[in-house]
Design a protein around this ligand. Structure first.
Ligand code: ADP
Ligand code: MG
Length: 347
C-alpha cells in the first residue's frame, strides 16, 4: 500500500536495474514448465507434447485507462486478466506471462509497486508465473503490455472457425455491465472536474464498477467444459462487445447467426443504470465491450449439459451463411440486423 504522509520515491532514486529488482524480487514459480524466470537474457519454458498459445495486449494511459479513477492495483490485475481471457478463449490453460512497462518519471516507485501487487494477485489467482518483461521510459503516459503463454492438447484447442449450422450459441455471465460502469466513472469524473468539492456518488453501483475496474477471466468455464467433455465448435472472448464478437465467429466459420434479445443476460444494476442514463440496455449488452465473458458454440446434443450451468446462457443458434447476422427483437418477430458496432436501428 502507498503509505500516506510519506513522500513518494522518484524512479530516479534507484535506476532501471534497481526498479526491476524492486518489482520482481520474491517471485516463486508455480508451474513446472517455468524452468527459468526473471534474471537472465531470456526466460526458459519447458517443451512438451502440448501446443503453446500466445497472446499479447497493450494498455495505454488515456486510451484504455484513466489514472484519475483507476486504482493502480486494479490496473495491474486487469492488464493480466484481459490476456488470460484470450488464452481461455482458445480452450487453453495460461501458464506464464511477461509484463512490459513504459513509465514517465512522474510515476513513483510506490505507484509501480502498487501496479505489480495487482499483477501478482492475478498470477496467484490464475496460477500463472511472471517470467520476464521489459522496462523503459515514456515521455507521455503509462503503457503496460502483457504477453500470456498457455498450453493445451492440440485436439482440445478451439478456434473461432468451427461453428456449424444449428449449433447453439452460448455466452457466460452477463453483458454490458463494464460499459455501464465506465459511464458512471466518466459521469463522476465530469462532475469532479466542474466542482472539485462534490464527492463522487457511486452508491448502488458496486457491481458495474467492479466489472469495469476488476474484471475476471472465465477460468472455471474452461474447467467445466473439460469436466463435461464438451468441445465447443468455436469460441471467442467478449472484449469488444457481443455483436462484434458474434460477427467474428460467424465470418471465421462461414455461417449465419440468430440471437434473441430476450435471452441476453443483463444484470439488474446494468438495466437500472442504463435507464438512469437513458441508454438502451440492449445496446450496452451488444456493443459495450470489456465483458471478458466467453462466447462459444456447441452442438445441439449438449443443450442439457450447459443449460443454467455456471451462469451459461443460450442466446441463439447458428444459421446458414445466407441468413446473415440477426437478433430477434423482444416481444416481436422483427429481425434486427447485427453490425460490428452493434445493431442497426433503421434497417
Ligand atoms: P535486457 O537488457 O537483456 O533486456 P533487462 O534489464 O531489460 O534485460 O531485464 C532483466 C530481467 O528482468 C529479464 O529477465 C527481464 O525479462 C526482466 N524484466 C525487465 N523488466 C521487467 C518488468 N517490467 N517486469 C518483469 N520482468 C522484467
Ligand atoms: Mg530489456
Amino acid at each position: 500500500m502507498i503509505e500516506e504522509n510519506k513522500e513518494p520515491t522518484p524512479l530516479t532514486a534507484i535506476g532501471e536495474f534497481g526498479l526491476i529488482e524492486t518489482l520482481t524480487k520474491n517471485i516463486e514459480l508455480r508451474n513446472k514448465s517455468s524452468v527459468l524466470g526473471i534474471g537472465d537474457d531470456a526466460a526458459i519454458i519447458a517443451a512438451s507434447k502440448l501446443q503453446r498459445v500466445v497472446s499479447t495486449d497493450m494498455l495505454i494511459e488515456g486510451v484504455h485507462f484513466d489514472l484519475l479513477y483507476t486504482p493502480l492495483k486494479h490496473l495491474g490485475y486487469k492488464a493480466v486478466v484481459v490476456n488470460l481471457s484470450d488464452i481461455y478463449a482458445m480452450n487453453a490453460i495460461p501458464k506464464q506471462i511477461t509484463v512490459s512497462i513504459a513509465v514517465s518519471n512522474r510515476m513513483s516507485i510506490e505507484a509501480l509497486e502498487e501496479i505489480y501487487s495487482g499483477i501478482y494477485l492475478a498470477c496467484e489467482i490464475y496460477n500463472v508465473d511472471l517470467v520476464g518483461g521489459d522496462t523503459t521510459s515514456s515521455l507521455s503516459g503509462l503503457v503496460i503490455s502483457v504477453t500470456a503463454i498457455g498450453e493445451a492438447e492440440e485436439k482440445k484447442i478451439v478456434r473461432r472457425s468451427g461453428a456449424k449450422e444449428n449449433d447453439l450459441i452460448c455466452v457466460t455471465g452477463d453483458l454490458g455491465a463494464a460499459y455501464m460502469g465506465l459511464q458512471i466513472l466518466e459521469r463522476e469524473k465530469a462532475v469532479f472536474k466542474d466542482h472539485n468539492s462534490i464527492q463522487p456518488d457511486f452508491s448502488g453501483k458496486d457491481y458495474i464498477l467492479e466489472r469495469q475496474l476488476k474484471p475476471e477471466a472465465r477460468k472455471e468455464i474452461i474447467e467445466f467444459l473439460a469436466e463435461q467433455k464438451i468441445m465447443p465448435t468455436s469460441m471467442i472472448d467478449v472484449s469488444d462487445g457481443l455483436s462484434s464478437e458474434l460477427i467474428h465467429l460467424a465470418k471465421s466459420s462461414g455461417v449465419g447467426i440468430q440471437i434473441y434479445e430476450e435471452k441476453l443476460p443483463i444484470d439488474v444494476c446494468t438495466v437500472t443504470t442504463a435507464d438512469e442514463l437513458q441508454i438502451d440496455a440492449t445496446i450496452a449488452a451488444l456493443n459495450g465491450g470489456e465483458d471478458y465473458e466467453l462466447l462459444f458454440t456447441i452442438p445441439l446434443e449438449f443443450h442439457n449439459q450447459v443449460k443454467h450451468k455456471l451462469g451459461i446462457t443460450i442466446i441463439g443458434h447458428v444459421t446458414d451463411k445466407s441468413a446473415g447476422y440477426h437478433m430477434v427483437a423482444k416481444g416481436s418477430e422483427s429481425m434486427i440486423p447485427l453490425t460490428a458496432q452493434g445493431w442497426n436501428h433503421g434497417a
